[in-house]
Design a protein around this ligand. Structure first.
Ligand code: Q46
Ligand code: ZN
Length: 298
């Protein structure tokens, strides 16, 4: 119902309100925005810059092609965004193959973890890299562009199987799980996906329109479709689902015990937190990948 300029103003005001309401970060803190080249992460970076936050970017090159040249194209959109902002934004770029020895699809092929899909190798690696870059460069906060549709779908999935660990941790802002790590924040978690798409269009942000080729058939996408059907019948249901969960958890201390019981150790190889008693899953996986690569080269 708003014209372009008023819609942009509304998005900025709302984001500022969410950042303050959920105590995500302040203007003095340094924020690292994980940018994938998609609409949500680029919109988030754009909004934070417009609001005067100290926001830098992080792009992770996963080496995914899938017939779309997916990773290279995504990177091009990120560079295009930086160019449109005058070229003087700070972007940290991590090329997975260059640093760890194999692209995500290659690593997935070399481990049992990714026999069907590279997503578990990918998720594990992205989480580790985001934590590492934020820690190594002294960022206070790691911000991601998750929107309401993402949050509702993940909550739906976690609720269906009563995944206590995840239900205990899902939220718009999560304190650091370990000394030296950054806080995690999702400033867009109350915006619908279509609102972010509209924001990108109105602001002239070009973005990678295609989903990652490995996202096809993902359970989260099925949950999103289901929730969209529910939303048509009961407008506002997604927002209620997420907000009432957060309220109930806070008011009744739900899952507090699960959070307290979650024992984290420090990985002796990389120093990041892990539930393993020893080397973390990320380091183990890459050790295995590189051992297999070594065997193949012999
Ligand atoms: S990027 Fe990676 Fe996603 Fe592609 S391989 Fe799967 S997890 S679908 S968010
Ligand atoms: Zn480790």
């Amino acid at each position: 119902a708003l014209c372009g300029p008023h819609f942009v103003e509304w998005v900025h005001k709302q984001t500022e309100r969410f950042i303050e309401k959920y105590a995500m970060f302040t203007r003095d803190e340094r924020v690292l925005v994980a940018v994938s080249g998609g609409k949500d992460s680029l919109a988030l970076w754009d909004i934070l810059l417009a609001l005067g936050y100290r926001a830098d970017g992080l792009y992770i090159g996963l080496g995914i092609d899938g017939g779309l040249n997916y990773s290279d194209e995504s990177h091009r959109y990120v560079m295009d965004f930086i160019g449109k902002h005058g070229g003087n934004l700070t972007l940290h770029t991590v090329d997975v193959a260059e640093i760890y020895g194999a692209s995500i699809p290659e690593a997935a092929r070399l481990t049992r973890r990714g026999r069907d899909k590279p997503c578990s190798v990918c998720g594990l690696s992205k989480r580790h890299i985001m934590n590492r870059v934020a820690r190594d460069h002294g960022y206070d906060v790691l911000a991601t562009g998750h929107n309401l549709d993402d949050e509702a779908a993940v909550l739906f999935g976690n609720t269906l199987v009563w995944s206590m660990d995840y239900l205990a941790r899902q939220g718009p802002v999560m304190p650091p799980s370990h000394p030296g790590l950054a806080r995690k924040a999702k400033p867009l978690f109350r915006f619908y996906e279509r609102e972010m798409a509209a924001y990108a269009v109105v602001r002239g942000i070009d973005y990678m329109y295609d989903e990652c080729p490995h996202a096809i058939g993902a359970t989260t996408i099925r949950y999103k479709e289901l929730l969209n059907q529910l939303e048509v019948a009961s407008p506002g249901i997604k927002l209620q689902f997420v907000l009432r969960f957060l309220k109930a958890r806070q008011a009744h201390g739900l899952f507090a015990q699960v959070r307290e019981q979650l024992e984290l150790h420090t990985c002796p190889t990389c120093g990041q937190p892990t539930t393993n008693d020893g080397v973390c899953s990320f380091c183990r996986m890459w050790e295995r990948v590189n051992a297999r690569r070594g065997e193949r080269m012999l």
